[in-house]
Design a protein around this ligand. Structure first.
Ligand SMILES: *[C@@H]1O[C@H](CO)[C@@H](O)[C@H](O)[C@H]1NC(C)=O
Ligand SMILES: *[C@@H]1O[C@H](CO)[C@@H](O)[C@H](O)[C@H]1NC(C)=O
Ligand SMILES: *[C@@H]1O[C@H](CO)[C@@H](O)[C@H](O)[C@H]1NC(C)=O
Ligand SMILES: *[C@@H]1O[C@H](CO)[C@@H](O)[C@H](O)[C@H]1NC(C)=O
Ligand SMILES: *[C@@H]1O[C@H](CO)[C@@H](O)[C@H](O)[C@H]1NC(C)=O
Ligand SMILES: *[C@@H]1O[C@H](CO)[C@@H](O)[C@H](O)[C@H]1NC(C)=O
Ligand SMILES: *[C@@H]1O[C@H](CO)[C@@H](O)[C@H](O)[C@H]1NC(C)=O
Ligand SMILES: *[C@@H]1O[C@H](CO)[C@@H](O)[C@H](O)[C@H]1NC(C)=O
Length: 900
């Protein structure tokens, strides 16, 4: 979250310093100003072809153009057919000076050295001028082609362009709030992690995921992942002759490309998971409903929100507290008056006794005063980033002047874990169930290096008093801190850590204003974050590692949580992300606004993150974060969020309260939404499980399931929840109507069970109240549901199952159910059940290891077969709904079947 005054400040810097990059303009000035026509490109020599790839030397082919910095003369090319479906192409400096992403940040996948003859794609090199093509062998489709534009590889600028077919279907390259499928003219994606109030369009946001999906319908889908963490602009445009291209323009790093050959979209998702890692499995309870707000001013108010949810009969699974709980906004502290320890412990034990959970926030900046225990311990362990003079580098975050953890420091993990273990100790501390890490781009309230953090903190009156919040103890000042304390460390020798030939990045670069720069909607390249010249413990610099600072904080916190409760799956939510963050940590889309555009934005952000960035557990601030929401929007958003993976209502401090119980229509919508979500919780938990094991997304864009239907390629207001439920929400203000697309296939109305033939056309549905959301079941699927909902996910697990069979036109259907204990890492006893319906015969088979805990139900009470026109030999035929209901019960401890 961000403070109001800072909102105004950032709005100023946005317009004054760096207007957001609009698409459709001619202002791709930077890339063109390179005068890159003067650049000579490279010549490939010593091309050594092996069974599974090749190596070559690349030499600058003429006089250096030094477009934005010095050309590097000698490069190496390595091409590896790592698997049949994955091609790795790496171009790096022969001197190994240029920064390469550390193995600990992205453990590289193994090279299986598959024979190039059997590979799905081939690599075609042209020696002079050096260029290459990647070609899909099955149909000769050229998926990447650098011909015609010389490679530029400089100390502070790297350019690689690929020609593309006209108006390609490109997606990914998060994090952004733009259209799901990219504009193909004059469009720029800038990857530079930054605090992003109201998540503006055409801007760099909190995370960087340099992977794009290129969908070519019948010709196949592939993806291209560039392992380069430098800030970069990726331009998607057409040249003067009208030829389409995509161009990487990075301010550093190397060219380290992975091509994933698909051929289907979900195959590409899996192949990407093979590289960045498969998502961790999250606890069952994390799929429950969560409530938060910045500005719950004391522990009593937190408790009151929980109580008000109960009174309203709206199930609340997880309660959260923002930085309000801290003493003067300091990590690992409690406000002694408003959130005293004894009462916090009472709050948590009460929540736990009601089978509810509690999550607290942490920020990276640690208040830099010796009296602050976490600062002192961190300073003693020497884990803070250092300024040029060897003192702890300071910035400003919520508590005032802060020091920044250097997550690369060998003591950092232990220091952070010790703080987590002691502050969140189950007996003597606050026994939380999850941690939320925020502000970790990192967001620095200091604009640039002219800032004097201690003076700025005092001048800004940080920490602020909570605004607009009636406080029971009004007038109690949040204590300030003396300004005269100076950090006292010269322990670390900065000089010796920079060695050449170790891929740590050149030590002598222009850190702040390189000649080629990257669009940053908050100002200059290194503004409002940790200065790019800062060095990490391992000798690398924030210039190169900035984009995964938040990733490292999230991963470090996840490890601390697993140390704290080794037997349980950790739950950590992060704002800032990088490629691979999803293998351990969940994400929400940051500080959106309470308006309809941001309601719609959640859909395309979810589609990108789940299906293309392998971050399944994601969602938005339901009802909106900044600005006041309203009853109509909040009711619709309550329904929208219920069909997205992570479901949390959250708002900024100065807004009205927006808990679902605040308005009758919102309460009604939320009850219906949560009722539906919880009945489907095992279905979506199953989809999550399979994403963690196969990479197949738990949320599907329409084109993932209809890859040859061109009508689906641009759809961004509908999605499949799992692979069976098509969600088509109302997307405009005060409307009761939605026009949505139904592919040419059999569907069923989820709410009425009525059969709905899709014709590959738009359908308009009207008269939708705020408690209505169109949901269709895709014919050919089987959905295991709980017959009833409950107030907590624990109680939900005592409910019997109903299995819903939705046959395709040919009368067949299939589905699956994964069952486990829900929270432990080690799950020796799980069930993986397959349901099949064919020729009137229903069968459940698979493995049946999960027996429940005695209270839980693993019983199917009934099977409901939709779309039937006559009674069968078993079950009860309902002519008005065209369904046959077959009563069980069947225990899910072994196979069962019946014939209709
Ligand atoms: C491009 O570079 C050439 C020299 O290689 C120079 O003569 C020309 O003026 C440059 N053009 C621009 C637009 O800067
Ligand atoms: C790579 O090789 C290993 C060991 O031979 C095998 O288990 C794995 O499935 C292969 N991976 C791929 C993606 O082919
Ligand atoms: C690969 O490149 C060679 C020239 O180097 C060319 O003759 C050949 O046709 C190319 N193959 C494909 C599939 O484009
Ligand atoms: C809880 O509900 C009561 C009664 O409606 C209301 O007065 C109070 O403001 C609510 N508290 C919160 C924190 O929403
Ligand atoms: C500074 O560090 C030195 C040596 O570690 C120590 O003796 C001294 O007390 C410290 N001064 C302050 C003000 O902390
Ligand atoms: C719809 O699908 C059916 C059967 O697959 C096919 O015969 C028909 O041509 C399709 N209609 C459209 C509009 O694509
Ligand atoms: C459905 O409607 C949307 C916008 O309302 C439009 O962009 C799209 O082309 C339509 N699809 C079809 C298949 O007519
Ligand atoms: C949840 O609790 C409320 C009362 O607190 C009750 O009215 C409601 O029926 C319960 N719902 C379920 C699904 O158990």
């Amino acid at each position: 979250m961000i403070l109001k005054t800072l909102v105004a400040f950032a709005a100023f810097t946005q317009s004054a310093l760096a207007a957001p990059y609009p698409h459709g303009t001619t202002s791709l000035v930077h890339a063109r100003a390179a005068n890159s026509t003067a650049c000579p490109g490279y010549t490939a020599t010593n091309i050594d072809v092996t069974d599974s790839g090749l190596t070559a030397d690349l030499t600058l082919a003429g006089t250096a153009c030094n477009a934005y910095s010095e050309d590097i003369k000698d490069l190496k090319l390595v091409v590896e057919h790592q698997t049949d479906d994955r091609l790795h192409v790496k171009i790096y400096d022969a001197g190994l000076n240029v920064f390469q992403v550390q193995e600990e940040i992205l453990p590289r996948p193994a090279n299986n050295k598959t024979a190039s003859t059997g590979a799905a794609v081939s690599f075609n090199i042209t020696a002079s001028p050096f260029a290459f093509k990647v070609i899909r062998n099955s149909n000769g489709e050229v998926i990447f082609d650098t011909t015609g534009t010389p490679l530029i590889f400089e100390k502070q600028y790297v350019r690689l362009r690929t020609n593309l077919p006209q108006d390609p279907n490109l997606y990914g390259l998060g994090e952004h709030s733009d259209s799901f499928r990219f504009h193909t003219k004059g469009y720029r994606r800038s990857l530079l992690n930054a605090e992003s109030i109201n998540i503006p369009n055409n801007a760099n946001l909190y995370g960087s995921h340099p992977v794009y999906f290129d969908h070519r319908g019948e010709k196949g889908t592939h993806a291209v992942f560039l392992v380069n963490s430098s800030p970069m602009n990726i331009d998607i445009d057409q040249d003067d002759a009208g030829s389409q291209y995509l161009e990487y323009n990075a301010i550093g790093g190397i060219i380290d490309l992975y091509f994933m050959a698909g051929p289907g979209p979900a195959d590409v998702s899996k192949q990407y998971a093979d590289i960045v890692g498969y998502s961790a499995m999250y606890p069952y309870w994390t799929l429950g409903f969560h409530q938060c707000k910045y500005g719950y001013w004391d522990v009593n108010m937190v408790a009151e929100v929980v109580a008000n949810y109960s009174t309203a009969g709206i199930p609340l699974e997880v309660m959260w507290t923002d930085i309000d709980y801290m003493d003067a906004r300091q990590d690992f502290t409690l406000d002694p008056d408003r959130f005293p320890l004894a009462k916090m412990q009472e709050l948590v034990s009460t929540l736990h006794s009601r089978d509810q959970r509690y999550v607290l926030i942490l920020d990276p900046g640690v208040h830099a005063f010796e009296e602050v225990a976490a600062y002192k311990s961190g300073h003693d362990a020497d884990i803070f980033l250092k300024a040029a003079d060897g003192t702890d580098l300071l910035g400003v975050q919520w508590p005032g002047a802060v020091a920044w953890p250097d997550w690369f420091h060998p003591n950092a993990q232990k220091w952070w874990t010790d703080e987590v273990l002691s502050f969140f100790d189950a007996d003597s501390g606050v026994n939380i169930d999850g941690i939320w890490v925020d502000m970790n781009e990192a967001s620095n309230f200091c604009q640039d290096t002219t800032c004097k953090p201690r003076e700025k903190a005092i001048a800004d009156g940080i920490p602020p008093k909570p605004a607009n919040a009636p406080r029971p103890n009004t007038g109690r000042p949040i204590p300030g801190f003396p300004a005269d304390f100076q950090p006292n460390s010269t322990k670390r020798d900065l000089g010796i850590r920079q060695d050449s030939g170790q891929m740590k990045g050149f030590p002598d670069r222009e850190w702040f204003k390189p000649a080629y720069t990257v669009n940053n909607h908050v100002g200059g390249l290194s503004d409002l974050t940790i200065w790019f010249n800062t060095s990490n413990y391992d000798g690398t610099h924030l210039y190169d590692t900035h984009n995964f600072y938040g990733h490292m904080m999230a991963m470090t916190t996840q490890k601390s949580m697993s140390t704290r409760r080794p037997e349980l799956r950790p739950f950590v939510l992060t704002r800032s992300t990088w490629a691979g963050t999803g293998r351990k940590v969940a994400h929400w889309f940051g500080d959106n606004a309470s308006d309809w555009e941001h309601y719609r934005t959640t859909i395309r952000q979810m589609l990108s993150f789940v299906s293309m960035h392998q971050m399944p557990l994601v969602g938005s601030d339901v009802c909106g974060f900044n600005g006041n929401t309203n009853e109509n929007l909040c009711a619709r958003w309550a329904m929208l969020g219920a069909f997205q993976p992570f479901y949390r209502n959250h708002a900024e401090i100065s807004t009205i309260q927006q808990e679902f119980y605040q308005w009758p229509s919102v309460a009604e919508a939320a009850k219906k939404a949560i009722d539906a979500r919880y009945k489907l919780l095992d279905y979506i938990y199953t989809a999550l499980h399979y994403q963690t094991t196969t990479g197949a997304p738990m949320i599907n864009p329409l084109f993932f399931l209809y890859p040859t239907d061109t009508n689906t390629f641009g759809i961004q207001d509908q999605w499949f929840y799992g692979d069976a439920l098509l969600i088509s929400p109302v997307t405009t203000d005060y409307s009761d109507t939605v026009t949505y697309y139904l592919p040419n296939a059999t569907f069923y109305n989820y709410w009425t069970h009525e059969k709905v033939p899709g014709t590959g056309a738009n359908v308009t549905e009207s008269g939708l109240s705020t408690a209505d959301i169109p949901v269709h079941i895709r014919g050919g699927t089987i959905i295991p549901m709980r017959a009833d909902s409950a107030n907590t996910t624990k109680a939900l697990r005592t409910r019997d199952f109903t299995v819903l069979v939705a046959p395709a036109e040919d009368g067949s259907a299939s589905g699956r159910l994964y069952l486990d204990e829900g929270e432990k890492i080690d799950q020796p006893d799980v069930s993986e059940i397959e349901f099949v319906f064919k020729d009137g015969k229903f069968a459940a088979s698979g493995s049946f290891g999960y027996a429940g805990n005695g209270e839980e139900s693993i019983t199917v009470a009934k099977v409901l077969v939709l779309g039937q026109d006559q009674a069968g030999a078993v079950g009860e035929f309902n002519a008005s709904t065209s369904t046959i209901e077959v009563g069980g019960p069947w225990k899910l401890d072994g196979e069962f079947e019946f014939q209709l």
